[in-house]
Design a protein. Structure first.
Length: 405
């Protein structure tokens, strides 16, 4: 399918502004990384505990940060999730023994700060077994005749209702449980008497040891390098080695620009971001191979065309394909970035940036490298021919003539 036919845009004539933009982005990203001491790694790579906490009211980030900072050593991060009453609370840990201790301290500190009154168990933080255990005796006293298995089933049903959106782990009133099968007025009375409803709920907890974080960081780097190396070998075998160098240089440029923008916008690099970078490597390489393949075909069909002209024609011939694939993919990842939520924000941001940068790097980075190399080879060939044409004439002159010169 072609949406544009017989185009003749002078892409390579506009390469200097794009190369300038790339150099500025690389410079800005490099300065940002140098000032910040490298990328900002997520919990996956630096090790620590990360909790997703949902509050009944808009949370006070400073209060959370101050309360946790007084109890837990090291850096404490509090990142709000836009459009919700949720925050991502992270702590950086230096030893494996601190992991469970930090998790417990985080929960206890939040409870003491936001649920300071009363000694009743918080219904929003209980699991099924603990809730069933606490319900057994009060239900019996209230005259609710249920067996142990029935109480456990009732507890599971109430917690499933609690954890289902839009509540997502946080009840603000026990009346919200009225629709659960088995929750009678007597059961509701026991719940109100024996339990409290805290102002927050722990939606998820992730814990990664520092040693594992370092190993993951090293493995992610090696995976990216091996991907680039494998693609270099493949393209060198399928085309020529200079094509492989140009393609890998363009992809390497894309990765560096993306990582630099992550540093500039102070975004974390996590395992999902590494997955996005590897996806970007494959996507950008595929786009480059399509244009390189057309260049190879045109080398046989347009022998009289100059190489820069031939490359420009090849880019124009594949323009419709580039617009269709890049445009549709961009709309998809843009939607994911805008509406995918905080968890997928880094992943989708990397793809949004990568598709934009990867598309223009194929045209304005990889292709100019081919042209530069071709011009270099032709220049060397002309110099060699000129040298060969001069030396025989000099050799034919008599020694006296050479001396006279």
């Amino acid at each position: 399918m072609q949406i544009l036919k017989n185009t003749n845009f002078d892409f390579l004539g506009k390469k200097k502004p794009f190369i300038t933009v790339s150099l500025l982005l690389l410079l800005a990203g490099g300065i940002s990384l140098a000032l910040k001491g490298g990328p900002r790694y997520g919990i996956d790579f630096r090790g620590g505990a990360l909790m997703n906490v949902k509050f009944s009211q808009p949370p006070k980030e400073d209060a959370i940060r101050q309360a946790l900072g007084e109890k837990i050593p090291g850096e404490v991060t509090v990142q709000p999730i836009v459009g919700t009453n949720e925050v991502m609370v992270g702590t950086e840990l230096q030893s494996e023994t601190q992991l469970e201790q930090a998790r417990r301290l985080m929960i206890e500190t939040l409870a003491a700060t936001f649920n300071p009154s009363g000694n009743k168990p918080d219904f929003n933080t209980l699991g099924q077994e603990r809730l069933a255990e606490l319900l057994a005796e009060p239900l019996q006293k209230a005259g609710v005749a249920l067996s142990t298995d029935q109480i456990r089933g009732l507890a599971g049903a109430m917690l499933q209702h609690r954890d289902t959106p839009p509540r997502s782990g946080l009840l603000t009133s026990f009346d919200e449980l009225k629709s659960v099968a088995g929750v009678t007025p007597a059961v509701l009375g026991v719940l109100r008497q024996e339990f409290s409803l805290g102002a927050f709920a722990i939606r998820s907890v992730e814990i990664v040891g520092p040693k594992i974080g370092r190993e993951l960081r090293e493995q992610a780097l090696m995976a990216t390098l091996f991907a680039l190396g494998g693609m270099l070998v493949y393209i060198a075998l399928r085309f020529e080695w200079i094509y492989g160098v140009a393609a890998v240089a363009a992809v390497f440029h894309d990765v560096l620009v993306t990582v630099g923008l992550f540093s500039i916008f102070d975004k974390e690099i996590s395992l999902t971001v590494i997955a996005a970078l590897l996806t970007l490597v494959g996507y950008s390489m595929n786009d480059t191979i399509v244009i390189f393949d057309r260049i190879r075909e045109n080398l046989k069909l347009m022998r009289k065309e100059s190489f820069p002209r031939l490359v420009n024609i090849s880019i124009n011939q594949t323009l419709s394909r580039t617009i269709l694939t890049s445009g549709l993919t961009f709309l998809t990842v843009l939607s994911l970035w805008l509406f995918g939520g905080q968890v997928l924000n880094g992943f989708s941001f990397a793809l949004v940036v990568g598709i934009i940068v990867g598309t223009y790097s194929t045209v304005f980075i990889a292709s100019p490298i081919l042209i530069f190399w071709q011009n270099y080879l032709e220049g060397r060939k002309h110099r060699r021919l000129r040298g060969e044409s001069v030396r025989p004439r000099e050799a034919a002159k008599p020694p006296a003539a050479k001396a006279a010169r």
